[in-house]
Design a protein around this ligand. Structure first.
Ligand SMILES: NC(=O)c1ccc[n+]([C@@H]2O[C@H](COP(=O)([O-])OP(=O)(O)OC[C@H]3O[C@@H](n4cnc5c(N)ncnc54)[C@H](OP(=O)(O)O)[C@@H]3O)[C@@H](O)[C@H]2O)c1
Length: 334
């Protein structure tokens, strides 16, 4: 090869790298998610006609999951504690989809009431005869410093986000093992990968979920048709801040802040369904800079800590002065 050709190849390679870097700076999912969205299986082909049980479907990400799943023709069981909100979600699903009344089951479920989970699973099975996909989405976040927070708050977070989720999973998994097929999708968080101030209990519960499901997956090698899929969103528009745990169990947050700088719920759910259709083991779905921090956290944790420390300082200052703690994290959306 002549020097000229070599130089051209080098320049072309460099240009490609710059293009990839520019694309990555605008990315809102990790490389496997973006690849699956571009070249992978389509949710409408994979999930149409499937029975999908979504927990936490009365608001936020779960509500949007119900809308997008109904549009692509999945049969739905939707659960949460507030039945009136679930009925509202069902009504809208019926308006925007071709599903019939019987194809959407509203099922009240309290994730912390573990003794009710077997009966709830049986109700879905009685209604549809099978469960193809369980979406473990119900959960609550936290806004409080560890030093100010009562221990019973930590217990309640684990009871809901971790134990409630694995309890329901246990009942549904028995059914999937019998059928030798199914998908268990768990809405974890980027907080299941990294740490962040004001959310030590929440981060712990999401780390627990990640550890649990990553281990469960290794116990299911005899069932290649059962997928364990962990979804890790960054900040997403929803009611999560209104519903956070604080220092005390009976205290709610005063300032839930402006949500407009966070990822739109529709986009998060779109990528969640792409990840589900393509059986991704773990999907990071987030705008920058969280996405970059996820990569850094995996490969250079000490540098990631340095960055998080600077971001976290502002977060705590915001929180203490009554401003939305998340406001300084994400880039503003136009
Ligand atoms: N929004 C974000 O920035 C973000 C980022 C990463 C991960 N996530 C995760 O996404 C999931 C959904 O959150 P979201 O953002 O959509 O918040 P959200 O709007 O507050 O929705 C939370 C859902 O969980 C349900 N829930 C709460 N306590 C429950 C209980 N004891 N039993 C059953 N359901 C319960 C709520 O319904 P009821 O009150 O009617 O029970 C609601 O439907 C959570 O697991 C959260 O950790 C969210």
């Amino acid at each position: 090869m002549s020097w000229g050709c070599g130089l051209c190849a080098l320049l072309a390679g460099g240009a490609l790298l710059v293009l990839l870097l520019l694309r990555w700076l605008r990315a809102d999912g990790d490389l496997t998610v973006l690849w699956a969205e571009w070249r992978g299986k389509k949710p409408e082909n994979e999930l149409r006609g499937k029975v999908v049980w979504v927990t936490g479907a009365s608001s936020g990400i779960g509500e949007e999951l119900a809308y997008q799943l109904s549009k692509i023709g999945a049969l739905l069981a939707i659960s949460a504690r507030r039945e009136d909100e679930l009925e509202r979600v069902k009504k809208k699903c019926l308006q925007i989809s071709n599903l019939s009344d019987k194809e959407i089951l509203v099922l009240r479920l309290d994730l912390t009431d573990r003794s009710s989970h077997e009966a709830a699973t049986n109700s879905v099975l009685k209604h549809f005869g099978k469960i193809d996909v369980l979406v473990n989405n119900g959960g609550r976040s936290q806004r409080s410093l560890f030093v100010d927070t009562n221990l019973d708050v930590f217990s309640a977070i684990m009871e809901l986000n971790y134990l409630g989720t694995i309890s329901l999973t246990k009942h549904v998994l028995n059914h999937m093992i019998e059928r030798r097929r199914g998908k268990i999708v768990t809405v974890s968080s980027v907080m299941g990968i990294m740490g962040a101030p004001l959310a030590s209990g929440y981060c712990a519960s999401k780390h627990a979920l990640q550890g649990f499901f990553n281990s469960l997956r290794t116990e299911l090698t005899d069932y290649p048709e059962i997928s364990i899929i962990n979804i890790c969103p960054g900040p997403v528009q929803s009611k999560i801040i209104q519903n956070v745990f604080t220092e005390k169990l009976d205290k709610s947050i005063e300032n839930s802040g402006d949500q407009s700088h966070k990822m739109p719920t529709e986009r998060c759910v779109q990528l969640t369904l792409v990840s589900t259709a393509n059986d991704l083991k773990e999907a990071w779905i987030s705008d920058q800079p969280y996405l970059a921090v996820c990569y850094l956290w995996q490969y250079a944790p000490t540098w990631a800590w340095w960055l998080m420390n600077r971001m976290g300082k502002r977060r705590i200052e915001n929180f203490k002065s009554g401003v939305d703690a998340d406001a300084s994290y994400s880039r503003k959306k136009k």
